[in-house]
Design a protein around this ligand. Sequence first.
Ligand code: PLP
Length: 391
Amino acid sequence: MHSKEIGFNTICTHLGEIKDEQFKGAVSPIYLSTSYAFEDVDAKRYPRYFNTPNQEALCKKIAALEKGEASLIFGSGMAAISTTLFAFLKKGDHIVLQRQIYGGTANLINEEFEKHGIEFSYVDSSSIEDFQNKIQNNTKVIYIETPSNPLLSITDIKAVAALAKKQHIITMIDNTFASPVNQNPITLGIDIVLHSATKYLGGHSDILAGAVVSSEKHIDQIFQVAKNFGGSLSDFTVWMLERSIKTLGIRVKRQNKNAMKLAKWLDKHSDVAAVYYPGLKSHPDHNIAKEQMSGYGGMLSFELKKDLDAGKFQKELQLIKSSMSLAGVESTILSPTLTSHALLSEQEREEQGIRNGLLRFSVGIEEKEDLIQDIQQAIDKIKITALEHEL
Ligand code: PLP
């Protein structure tokens, strides 16, 4: 079965699956062996070579979902990101990165690259001129993340890809927030797509994994480094991830729908100061999002009015859980000020548009009425407590 002939949900459910010839079971058997017979010098099978039967099966599925030629799966999103960056950058090279990227990726760059003699420049906006201005003679990679965390700003993927192509620069994108359901950057000209599969691909808050999708040629270049760094995923988790992806399409489409409804409701709420969701017409990057995304995703952020305490609000929620991670089927919420951006000063956060009352909301698959009710009761409770304090 070729991915070009079948639709998204059929890829999710079937593509790459291992046929159980012996017992005719409905799902891929799991091969946990770490030891395989030697058959050929070029076909040595070993989990750290990313080529066990389950790894190969899942890589076919993930590559097809992102419309790439090949993929590799890793033990974490950061293993995929670090291995891929080091596969394309060496001493004396330079990388241009969007400022608003996942904190772990920024830490990797800030803490490790100087030691390896790799130069880097951050772009403070998503303007293409600003990307162009940071390019140097030794720039080898441009790295973006869109929608970004936590303000859901959008970078014009096609424009970045075109800018880089003209100058023979490799482009990489962290597509975690959008997921392959809503955005396929390879079709927009991007060379390499990265995922924290811990998020939407896994979708149940019980798998730590990463993935990279690209051309056969680039994946081979990444593999040459990956086998040395050794960040492959255990076959049991590979199998769990294959199972999780079967419902990726229906999960994320439901999350898109819920997030849109919640964003609109919050936007009209008198106790909410701001809502950040690319699906809202009022979002400054809505038109670019409309152009490059087929759905606006399950992530949104909002700010309560200044007199309402976001920390207390979170504690009053009954259904929506406080969580450091995101993209599970259950709705979760996080304060960037207290978690992902806690190491920045208040002024630095303000400069990035992250105010103390900001909350990042990963919308799940629950009934939207129950989510609305939960938020409303939490707001009501903190307002009553505030009033009691005043009296
Ligand atoms: N990229 C994004 C956008 C993320 O949110 C995360 C984790 O939160 C990562 C990458 C890193 O992935 P992992 O935690 O699976 O290593």
